[in-house]
Design a protein around this ligand. Structure first.
Ligand SMILES: C[S@@+](CC[C@H](N)C(=O)[O-])C[C@H]1O[C@@H](n2cnc3c(N)ncnc32)[C@H](O)[C@@H]1O
Length: 240
């Protein structure tokens, strides 16, 4: 359901009715990962937030000096709410838009950021090692658009619960023209913050990871059993 815009409309509608409405945050608040984002900030960055929902991320970035900042979501309900909540701040704008079809000219932004938006597009996947071609192409549509609207030396930040062995291969495609790096944050449960720098180079390892996206991962019919690991007797020595 996370893939359907109707799901998000009714969810944001319901949340508006709650007495303590104030916005739901996926993967934590900005202060949880601010030091990782601040490395990329400099005065006068033009920002774009993809799939903003009712998150406070855009407001935090605006306070950090990212201005103007445009936040888009395909749910008109959350865009209406965020427009009302932030009325009076002309440098922050809110638009109903599909992240797969960004209505901005090439090179319009220095910083593009998403938190949980790509995750919501991948929820149907049963096996994270073998993503279906339909989802690979859905994510690719968004990434093509992000690469297009990023200015030279621009930065794309993606915040997710998906670790590098599953997510890097989506980002590590030479056609996007960026480098990829990953950091983690969080205490008990860790989240991942990927930084893509336009004009940067992919490492050989990342290129290999990127190529693996288009090859099905073969799982051997017979998995080795413990007795086949001759040098690993220590496993039997463990006293529980
Ligand atoms: C998991 S929520 C994350 C919301 C917010 N970024 C946060 O951090 O709390 C995913 C958001 O992405 C939006 N979304 C999903 N697919 C989208 C698309 N193709 N275009 C624009 N927004 C999309 C949903 O409407 C929803 O608001």
């Amino acid at each position: 359901m996370y893939k359907e815009s109707g799901y998000w409309d009714s969810r944001y509608e319901r949340e508006r009715e709650l007495p303590a409405a104030g916005g739901h945050e996926w993967f934590g608040l900005y202060p949880d990962f601010a030091p990782l984002v601040r490395r990329q900030l400099r005065p006068g960055l033009r920002g774009l937030v993809l799939g903003c929902g009712t998150s406070s991320l855009s407001s935090y970035l605006y306070k950090e000096g990212v201005s103007p900042i445009i936040s888009i979501d395909y749910s008109p309900i959350c865009i209406k709410e965020m427009t009302e909540r932030n009325a009076g701040i002309p440098e922050m704008s809110w638009m109903v838009m599909d992240a797969r079809k960004l209505q901005f000219p090439d090179g319009s932004f220095d910083l593009v950021i998403e938190k949980g938006t790509l995750d919501s597009m991948m929820v149907d996947e049963k096996d994270p090692w073998n993503i279906t071609p339909a989802t690979v192409s859905l994510v690719d549509e968004v990434l093509n658009e992000v690469s297009r609207v990023l200015a030279p030396s621009g930065c794309f930040i993606s915040i997710t619960f998906s670790p590098p062995h599953f997510r890097t291969r989506h980002y590590a495609q030479p056609k996007y023209g960026w480098s990829v790096s990953c950091d983690t944050y969080g205490r008990d449960f860790h989240y991942f913050l990927y930084t893509m720098l336009k004009g940067g180079k992919l490492t050989h390892r990342d290129i290999e990871r990127g190529q693996s996206l288009h090859k099905p991962r073969v799982i051997p019919d017979a998995m080795p059993t413990i007795s086949e690991y001759e040098d690993e007797d220590f496993l039997r020595e463990i006293q529980l």
